[in-house]
Design a protein around this ligand. Sequence first.
Ligand code: C2E
Ligand code: MG
Ligand code: MG
Ligand code: MG
Length: 286
Amino acid sequence: AAKEAGRNGYHFHSPEMNRKAHERMELEMSLRQALERDEFFLEFQPIINVGGDCLVGAEALVRWQHPAQGRVMPGTFIPLAESSGLIIPLGEWVLRKACEKMKEWRDAGLPPVKLSVNISGRQFEQRNFTALVDEVLKETGVDARALQFELTETSLMKDAGATVSALYKLKELDLRIVVDDFGTGYSSLAYLKNFPIDHIKIDRSFVMDICDDPDDRSIVEAIVAMANKLNLDVVAEGVETREQRDLLLDLGCHEMQGFLFHRPLPEEKFVELLRDVRLCTLPAAL
Ligand code: C2E
Ligand code: MG
Ligand code: MG
Ligand code: MG
């Protein structure tokens, strides 16, 4: 029918649109099976304290090894997982896998590195989310202080009341909370005061042009100053050049993550790094 319409000059759905919609549907179907087929895996991107020249921890980033399409990046499938609800089981898989890896590494005698896990707003809205987190920590024997959650401003602002109580429950477990992609959420800054937040991560979009765009530079400067006043740690993501690195240091931002230091690493490479890296803090109890 689409072809006929095309021939007559009326096409409500262009072949291109049909193809896209079809691809999306297929991707969603294979996403459903991907968990059972164990097609997801994690990569780990180191977070460095550049001033102190030590490893703060790493961010766990999910990847999908699609049987036909090869590696699919989260920018493609996370939105799909969110709209289809699959983010709930996928997010649980990521959390559990990150904790299992921490346990494996610790059992292998590697230094107790901290991992940051991205949590989607949809997961966070689950009633029993804190219970799930508690359960995974107990199952894997991981110390909650070795785990931190990255939540975007947008997901934090959805339902401020529910968010505050969920965050306090996570704090009771001793988890650290990071605001991811800070500065991109069009949100009130009041939440920084009202929510138990430990850390903000300056979005890559501000870091990108920091050397050329005085406005971006001022924004980063203001974020760092505010973080210092509020006693929040601050980390910059997407650092790609030495110039960005040097400028960030000048502005008082010491923690950085980006291709300049390391790309997200496959587990073997990350473990290699762990073998001879210096961790920034080694809490005695961990
Ligand atoms: P994000 O949390 O802001 O993660 C950082 C993204 O920036 C990663 O992309 C990382 O590879 C990329 N990146 C790091 N350093 C640089 C750099 O120097 N330059 C550039 N150009 N990019 C850099 P990735 O892995 O494709 O992830 C994209 C987004 O997908 C993440 O953004 C996060 O929002 C989401 N995501 C990834 N893993 C998960 C997950 O397990 N759960 C959920 N809910 N979301 C996830
Ligand atoms: Mg993140
Ligand atoms: Mg980020
Ligand atoms: Mg980002």
